[in-house]
Design a protein around this ligand. Structure first.
Ligand SMILES: [Zn+2]
Length: 276
């Protein structure tokens, strides 16, 4: 068909006369059919590129790694849960604005351009993929926003419950130790050196040990084994726990949210927000 056109038109009709049906080959200058994908004269490809389709596809593809990379950086920089949530939201909105929404817009533009183009144009599959992945990211980001808002709190509750559980275990071990020695252990080292208490305190215990987002300390400020102080502080306040805990032989667990707890801090049963 392309050969027919070229053969018929060149001798009789001046180039550009039938502007609706022919175009000039940029390679050799011959007039060729609009529908030709290759110039019959010089062999040059006549399929038009579509950079918007490429842009749409790349942007949609990048939105996912961009989100996870930014989230991982933000997680390392955010100290409090509120900051992590704020940064997470900002990252999601940014990736929507800079990646997936442009991907959808570029995809739509290039599909429109391909449909209207009188000449064969590349990029239909890329534009379609860009548009679809862009839409997928919108759905993903909405889901991720709900996840960000809900996931961290239960995890933190778990850490706090684990910290309280560990404090109870340490107190139980101290009582066992006292029955055997007449005094309380003055450190974790002393406490786990005793076979009967080691069983109730499973795992590794030493000063400053980290367990489920909390740092544990066991001291004897009196120095004579008549008392002891247990402290459990969040590794990162707001991220691994919302509250500092303190306990001693009084059996009351005390808590504070604004700094390390001590014997003057309120009992955690009085902190309405903790055990719901
Ligand atoms: Zn040509």
């Amino acid at each position: 068909m392309a050969d027919e056109n070229v053969g018929a038109e060149i001798p009789s009709i001046p180039t550009g006369h039938e502007a609706g049906n022919t175009r000039t080959c940029p390679g050799c200058g011959e007039s060729v059919s609009n529908t030709a994908t290759v110039c019959p004269q010089c062999g040059r490809s006549l399929v038009a590129g579509n950079s918007m389709a490429v842009a749409s596809f790349l942007l949609s593809l990048l939105s996912f790694p961009a989100f996870f990379a930014a989230l991982s950086i933000s997680n390392n920089l955010s100290v409090t849960y509120g900051q992590a949530l704020g940064n997470g939201g900002l990252i999601l909105v940014s990736t929507l604005i800079f990646f997936s929404i442009p991907a959808i817009i570029f995809g739509n533009f290039s599909l429109e351009k391909i449909r209207k183009s009188p000449v064969p144009t590349k990029g239909y599959d890329l534009a379609k993929a860009g548009q679809s992945l862009g839409c997928l990211y919108v759905v993903f980001s909405i889901t991720a926003m709900f996840w960000l808002a809900s996931a961290a709190h239960p995890r933190m509750d778990n850490n706090e419950m684990a910290a309280i559980g560990n404090i109870v275990k340490i107190r139980y071990a101290q009582d066992t130790y006292k029955k055997a020695h007449g005094v309380y252990a003055r450190s974790f080292a002393e406490l786990i050196a005793e076979v009967s208490t080691r069983a109730s305190l499973a795992g590794d215990w030493h000063e400053g040990v980290q367990k489920e987002g909390y740092i544990f300390s066991l001291t004897d400020e009196g120095g004579d084994g008549s008392s002891y102080e247990i402290r459990a502080n969040p590794v990162m306040l707001g991220r691994t726990g919302r509250e500092y805990f303190f306990s001693d032989p009084s059996f009351v667990i005390r808590g504070r949210t604004d700094g390390p707890a001590d014997s003057t801090s309120p009992s955690i049963s009085k902190l309405g927000d903790f055990i719901r």
